[in-house]
Write a protein that binds this ligand. Structure first.
Ligand code: NAD
Length: 403
């Protein structure tokens, strides 16, 4: 992932005529904190916080708890955050953190201890104007609540602006839960508008029916003419080209039975499909909201959609991206398509700094303005330079980071 991220940046920077020194400046990380978290029970876990670039504002990025976290992954994600915040024009930089741990093996008490000790290790390097972490894989509002409380105890800072993604009664923002999916709909609709297709009933298949995939589907259903005809999770999916998927019923089924495929039980029009089949469906739009590397050289030739929306981070690898572009398939890149989450994190940080609480409608309105401006900047750049959206989004980000 690190190599792909750095290649994408170098390619864009070279196209823009930047010299090697400037390119190295864009790629290198400002600081890398690596430490051991010693637990009371004698266990010890490696922790990381990589701070990539803060030229445009405090470092911003999630903290993940996962046994496979390593420094290269954290570096890559920190780097991509700097380009994401720059591409969407919010005044923040890029960072990322992680702990090498399987959180399922820890009790709630131990998770709290780990979260608080992570903050103790980093207290001098984070804060509302230095570095503002958020949740990521296997961390959530509860983790952030522990962390912001520990930060407050250590520093006396009561603003709660040192962390985002907190629970609602502890300085969290309305609209955060749905923000990435909602932002994805906003970005997609802006692309469709530019093509004169925003009023068409286009068909959509959604890979990944977790937080992002579900809220994408829900908001698309409520606010657009898009028709969600297929959804899947790690255990398979369902396809109903005739009636479309009832997204609320699908999430209820998943919550109760564990797998979205159970939505098909007893329904004649619904076909139960595999994950491989979902990617091959003859739909207008394919939404990738599960994992990285969902489309690679092994399956890129199966894609029939004319638009691919990258809601996960890096769901289309470099080779597959080049192939799809050659086939005239539009890829809306992750650093724009899934930026809704970090945009609402930014709005949470602003509310905390100003001591205010905005309504959900106000948060969504601000999100929309930022997402539309970001898509327009990407679109115009692509038009002017005759380049694809991914290249254009990175060029916009590089221009921001270099100004
Ligand atoms: P999640 O864990 O809530 O959901 C992931 C979903 O993907 C689950 O339904 C899972 O079953 C499914 N899945 C896993 N493997 C699959 C496969 N092979 N085929 C089909 N489905 C599969 O996670 P999320 O928060 O929805 O995040 C999804 C992606 O979006 C991740 O890559 C994440 O890094 C990225 N992302 C999330 C946010 C956010 O705000 N949550 C922001 C930016 C990017």
């Amino acid at each position: 992932m690190l190599e792909t991220a750095q290649n994408t940046i170098s390619r864009a920077a070279k196209r823009m005529g930047l010299d090697d020194k400037t390119i190295n400046e864009l790629i290198k990380t400002n600081a890398e904190h690596v430490f051991e978290i010693e637990m009371e029970n004698g266990a010890s876990y490696k922790g990381y916080r990589v701070q990539h670039n803060n030229k445009r504002g405090p470092y911003k990025g999630g903290i993940r708890f996962h046994p496979k976290v390593d420094i290269d992954e954290v570096r890559a994600l920190a780097t991509l955050m700097s380009f994401k915040t720059a591409a969407v024009g919010i005044p923040l930089g890029g960072g990322k953190g992680g702990v090498v741990v399987d959180p399922r093996e820890l009790s709630t008490k131990e998770l709290e201890e780990l979260s608080r000790k992570y903050v103790r290790q980093l207290v001098d390097f984070i804060g509302p104007d230095k570095d503002v972490p958020a949740p990521d894989v296997n961390t959530n509002a509860q983790t952030m609540d522990w962390m912001v409380d520990e930060f407050e105890k250590l520093t006396g800072d009561t603003s709660k602006a040192a962390f985002t993604g907190k629970s609602l009664n502890n300085g969290g923002s309305l609209g955060r839960e749905a923000a990435t999916g909602r932002g994805g709909v906003m970005a997609l609709m802006e692309v469709l508008k530019r093509r004169g297709k925003a009023n068409d009933e286009l068909t959509v298949a959604v890979q990944g029916y977790g937080n992002v995939g579900y809220f994408f589907s829900k908001v698309a259903n409520e606010n657009t003419p898009l028709k969600i005809v297929a959804v899947s999770d790690s255990r398979g999916g369902v396809y109903d080209p005739e009636n479309g998927i009832d997204v609320t019923r699908a999430i209820d089924v998943k919550k109760h039975g564990g797998a979205v495929a159970a939505y098909g039980e007893g329904k004649r029009d619904v076909q139960v499909i595999s994950n491989t089949e979902l990617l091959k469906l003859d739909v207008d739009i394919l939404v990738l909201a599960a994992l990285d590397n969902a489309i690679t050289e092994d399956n890129m030739e199966n894609v029939k959609a004319s638009i691919v929306l990258e809601l996960a981070n890096g769901p289309v690898n470099e080779k597959a991206h080049d192939y799809l572009v050659r086939e005239r398939i539009t890829v809306v890149p992750d650093i724009i398509a899934n930026a809704g989450g970090v945009v609402v994190s930014y709005l949470e940080w602003l509310q905390n700094k100003q001591g205010k609480t905005w309504s959900e409608a106000r948060v969504n309105e601000k999100l929309k303005k930022i997402m539309i401006a970001a898509v327009d900047a990407m679109y115009n750049r692509a038009d002017e330079e005759g380049i694809n959206y991914k290249e254009a989004a990175f060029e916009v980000a590089i221009t921001e980071l270099n100004s």
